[in-house]
Design a protein around this ligand. Structure first.
Ligand SMILES: C[S@@+](CC[C@H](N)C(=O)[O-])C[C@H]1O[C@@H](n2cnc3c(N)ncnc32)[C@H](O)[C@@H]1O
Length: 181
């Protein structure tokens, strides 16, 4: 499969699969699916768990930077069409549609401003959040500097939630707010 995903290099698919196997989430929401690499590995575990579903949100070819078509994602994830629903729409304010989700994945070309806007409103509603980025190496990728985007690593400091950064590139951060669940 041609995933065009930065997660491939260090086999983050195994982490996504393992998280879903161990947490056994009923409802997963993914903001930023592109060709479906992370969704594929979560869906594989959902299928083995025998329950659960994934709602995937992305602008796909409506995104002005680097994405692919919704059809490419659908083809890549065809095997899991009974588990995955696709929503071609902006990821902002999607939390308003949900009372609670078990696992939220945020992968929107992340930087501090987008996370402040999109992740923070999810905190009372998502039991566990996994987001792309968090390491200093990831903060220093070329496009972050070119477009003068703010550091995720700095943004994470002094936030009112527990988090752990998993460092191999591109890195992910696991977030648990410890409130209400
Ligand atoms: C890095 S890719 C996602 C990669 C994917 N999770 C994987 O495992 O390969 C980022 C995606 O976020 C989408 N995106 C960026 N900003 C968005 C927004 N505001 N609303 C919806 N989708 C957005 C882009 O279209 C792109 O497909």
């Amino acid at each position: 499969m041609d995933w065009k995903s930065s997660y491939e290099k260090n086999d983050f698919g195994t982490l996504f699969y393992s998280l879903v196997k161990i947490i056994k989430p009923d409802k997963i929401v993914e903001l930023g699916t592109k060709a479906g690499y992370s969704a594929y590995h979560m869906a594989k575990a959902v299928k083995e768990n025998d329950f659960g579903s994934i709602d995937c949100y992305d602008l796909w070819d409506g995104y002005p930077f680097n994405s692919c078509s919704l059809n490419t994602a659908k083809e890549n994830l065809q095997e899991y069409s009974d588990i995955i629903s696709f929503f071609k729409t902006d990821a902002r304010k999607i939390e308003e549609k949900y009372n609670s989700v078990d696992l939220l994945h945020i992968d929107l070309g992340n930087h501090a401003e987008i996370l402040e806007e999109i992740l923070i409103p999810w905190l009372p509603k998502a039991k566990l959040i996994i987001m792309e980025g968090g390491s200093i190496e990831r903060d220093n990728v070329e496009w972050m500097k070119k477009y003068n985007k703010k550091s995720i690593n700095q943004w994470l400091k002094n936030k009112p939630f527990n988090y752990v950064i998993i460092n191999p590139f591109p890195s992910v951060t696991l977030i648990e707010n410890g409130k209400g669940h």
